[in-house]
Design a protein around this ligand. Sequence first.
Ligand code: PMP
Length: 456
Amino acid sequence: MASTNIYACESMTKTDTIKLRNRHIGKSCQLFYRSDPLKIIRGEGQYMFDEEGTRYLDCINNVAHVGHCHPKVVEAARAQIGLISTNNRFLHDELVKCAQKLTSKMPGDLSVCFFVNSGSEANDLALRLARYYTKQKDVITLDHAYHGHLTSVMEISPYKFNKPGGDPKPDFVHVASCPDTYRGRYNVKNCPDQDLCKLYTTEVDEIIKNIKSNGKGVAAFIAESLQSCGGQIIPPAGYFDSIYRSVREAGGVTIADEVQVGFGRVGTHYFAFETQHVIPDIVTVAKPMGNGHPVGAVVTTPKIAERFATSGVAYFNTYGGNPVSCAIANAVMDVIDEEKLQENALIVGQYLLENSLQLMKEFEMVGDVRGTGLFVGIELVKSKECRQAATAEANAIVDRMKNVHHILISSDGPDDNVLKLKPPMVFNIENAKEFLTAIRECLGQYQSTEKKSISA
Ligand code: PMP
């Protein structure tokens, strides 16, 4: 007799899976395509497969960095979990190897690691390190930033607390304008990068002055090296150098959030902050580091780490730096080097960007295209002239890309009108062509519908 117990998960139908989801998973938990969800069974490289075996090209996944289920990563996890999966404060070779490998990729004096389990935890710990070091509490963050889901980092994430009814902004958090060169505050036509940087830095200087006039000091300036949730934002050249100078002069610590964009994604460098020729005091990493497995780290200078220790902090984290996580992270970093994935990001990213820029010429609704390596944003607007966000169109295109072309992309940004591409780093030229053909078809759908309705 067929079982009616939907908890017997062996081979659940999609309808049963949705029933269980609706019953047991919080409605506010973000799942892609909530009304018409995809049930993904397995992944391989840059592809994911649903329960019917349909292949989807994954352009969303900035987590499965070296490709889904990379054999070397799977083997590293399998081998280590078969030996011991927790070290909980004992010495382990994978732990120290991981710290050594990760810090060897960092410039300057960034040589000390703390291991955590997620990007949110990494940023939370970065704030603590900065506050112990400076003995100050105030933090300067950027508008539209997202630094994670823990209370401490939600407080410095305007992307979230700007939502109606969102968490109120505490008075020790100061929000500077987002360096968006398309619709940012200092969106002066043809303004050279150097002048833009001056405008943004003057604003930060004003914030610092205000903090000081209230008898307080700056603990940290935190920013994503490239904003992802904020809409694939690439700051103008020289931006961080200019702001870091002001923050350091004021005694503050600089934190680069590389949770989304580290490990070669930008193509030209291993970390995105390096494209701006700066060396932060603290760098946070996660997502790609574990290729889907939860592992992250905070990397800092001996000076900052030492101040934490001499303040009497005994930092303890049950799972941070466990042998399985570190074995996986070591395998990921090896694969990036062995398979030259950073170089791949540069070549394929360049192709993708050049051809996406072409879309701006072809379609009125493509307002801006920006990118570096395998990190590209396509901003959709009602018209180039008005620049009004084409949010509904962006969402419809995301759905059409999935349903018609079996390509997974997402939309984000304050107005949810920026199509985001951040595929696994094994993405190739053929994949880029597949994406470009599909996105042209989707944009054409909207262009022709608009024309039809105008002439009707
Ligand atoms: N920082 C950035 C820039 C992120 O994009 C995210 C996640 N989207 C986080 C921090 C938080 O990471 P996690 O979800 O691993 O806690």
